[in-house]
Design a protein around this ligand. Structure first.
Ligand code: UDP
Ligand code: MG
Length: 312
C-alpha cells in the first residue's frame, strides 16, 4: 500500500490544530487504499501546540510529530518535515485550514497519473489587505524579471510532492531558504490545480509587513544576481553620462570662458551618486551576508524530539 505523508508546519496553532485534525481525518477516511502519516512539525510554538500534538500521537498511530528547538520559520520547518516524512508522497498543508483538505483526492489522482509535483494555485487569495496584495504582485513581477527559472504566482506551499521531489528538496540545505523558488528549481513533472483559498479558521497569521519584505528580499537575492548586474549597468551608464558632460563643460569653458555657476546642480549630482553608491554597497552586503551565513555550514534546524524520543 502506498504511504502518504501530510506535512503540517505549526507555529502557535493551538486553536486551529484540533480543527485541522478533525477535517483531515474526515477527508482521509474516505480515501481507501492508502496508508497515512500525519506529520506535524512544531516550530517552537509558545502555546499548547506541542501538547496537542503529543495527545494526538498517543491517540492516533497515524500521527507523528517533530519538535524543533525554537522557532525557525516555516521554510526551515518544512525542511524538517521533508527529513522526517516517510511517505511515498508528501502533501504540504497549513494548519489553519486555508488549504482545503478536500483537494487531496484530486492531487492523489494526478499523482497516480504520474505527475510528481501537483501544486495548488490560488484562484482568490482569501481575506487579505490591499497593500499585501499590491506588494505581493510587485514582488512577483520583480522576481519574474530577474530570475531565469519561473517562480509561479499565487502558488503557495500547498502541494503534493512525489518521493523524488522530497529527496531533491532534502538535498537543498541552504540556511537561507526560499522554498517556493526551490520547488520550481528542482523541476520534475508538474501539474497545476486551481482552488479558492479560504480564510484562517482560528488564530492569526504570523506574518507581518517586515517578515514578508524579508522573505521577498530573500526570494530575489537567493535566486538571482540580477540586482548586482543592475548596479553594474547603472554605474556604467552614469559614468558614460558624466564623461559626455565633462567634454561638454570643457568645450563650453574654452568657448565662453568660466563664470562659476551651478552650485545646486553639483549638490544634486553628489547626493544622487552618493545614494546610488550606498544602494549598491547595501546590495553587495546582502549577497556577502548570504555568503557569510552559508559558509558557517550550520544545520538548518535543530530538532529536540521526534514522537516522544529525544534526538541526540
Ligand atoms: N508557520 C510556521 N512557522 C512560522 C510561521 C508559520 O511553521 O514561523 C506555519 C503556520 O503554523 C501555518 C503555516 O506556517 O501552518 C502558514 O502560516 P500563516 O497562516 O501564518 O501564513 P499565511 O497563511 O498568512 O501566509
Ligand atoms: Mg494562513
Amino acid at each position: 500500500m502506498k504511504k502518504v505523508t501530510v506535512l503540517v508546519p505549526c507555529y502557535n496553532e493551538e486553536e486551529a490544530l484540533p480543527l485541522f485534525y478533525e477535517r483531515i481525518c474526515g477527508t482521509i477516511s474516505s480515501l481507501d487504499g492508502y496508508e497515512w502519516e500525519l506529520l506535524f512539525i512544531n516550530d517552537g510554538s509558545r502555546d499548547r501546540t506541542l501538547q496537542i500534538m503529543r495527545n494526538l500521537h498517543a491517540r492516533d498511530s497515524r500521527v507523528s510529530y517533530v519538535d524543533l528547538s525554537r522557532n525557525y520559520g516555516k521554510e526551515k520547518a518544512m525542511l524538517a518535515g521533508f527529513d522526517y516524512a516517510a511517505g511515498d508522497c508528501t502533501i504540504i498543508m497549513d494548519a489553519d485550514l486555508q488549504d482545503p483538505p478536500e483537494l487531496i483526492p484530486q492531487m492523489l489522482g494526478y499523482w497516480e497519473e504520474g505527475y510528481e509535483d501537483v501544486y495548488a494555485k490560488r484562484n482568490s487569495r482569501g481575506r487579505e489587505s490591499l497593500s499585501r496584495r499590491f506588494f505581493s504582485l510587485m514582488f512577483y513581477s520583480i522576481l519574474q524579471k530577474t530570475t531565469r527559472i519561473e517562480v509561479l504566482q499565487n502558488v503557495g506551499d500547498f502541494r503534493l510532492l512525489d518521493r523524488c521531489c522530497t529527496d531533491a528538496m532534502k538535498n537543498l540545505r541552504e540556511a537561507e531558504r526560499y522554498t517556493k523558488g526551490m520547488f520550481c528549481w528542482i523541476g520534475f513533472r508538474k501539474k497545476e490545480i486551481v482552488f479558492d483559498r479560504g480564510d484562517r479558521v482560528a488564530g492569526k497569521s504570523s506574518w507581518n509587513f517586515f517578515s514578508l519584505l524579508a522573505l521577498a528580499i530573500e526570494g530575489i537575492t537567493s535566486f538571482s544576481i540580477a540586482p548586482l548586474r543592475i548596479s553594474t549597468v547603472s554605474g556604467a551608464i552614469i559614468s558614460l553620462a558624466a564623461f559626455i558632460y565633462m567634454i561638454f563643460v570643457f568645450v563650453k569653458t574654452l568657448i565662453l570662458g568660466d563664470p562659476v555657476q551651478g552650485f545646486p546642480t553639483t549638490i544634486i549630482i553628489i547626493l544622487f551618486l552618493g545614494g546610488v553608491q550606498l544602494l549598491s554597497i547595501g546590495l553587495l552586503g546582502e549577497y556577502i551576508g548570504r555568503i557569510f551565513i552559508e559558509t558557517k555550514h550550520r544545520p538548518v534546524y535543530i530538532a529536540r524530539e521526534h514522537n516522544g524520543t529525544l534526538i541526540k
